[in-house]
Ligand binder design. Structure first.
Ligand SMILES: [Zn+2]
Length: 55
């Protein structure tokens, strides 16, 4: 799910138009994404270590 932020009033919404001023929105990514990415790196590191242990 995408989070949107109004270009003019800066409020966050899930709608495709700003509920306050009906203006254009920018897509913003919630912090959840960076956490997922951090865990992704952690998983890749574990996988690399597992592969090293196999050789
Ligand atoms: Zn707005």
């Amino acid at each position: 799910m995408k989070m949107m932020k109004c270009k003019s009033c800066g409020i966050y919404t899930m709608k495709s138009r700003c509920p306050s001023c009906d203006g254009d929105l920018n897509v913003v990514y919630p912090p959840k994404y960076s956490i997922d990415d951090k865990y992704g790196k952690y998983r890749r590191k574990l996988k690399e270590e597992a592969l090293l242990n196999l050789t």
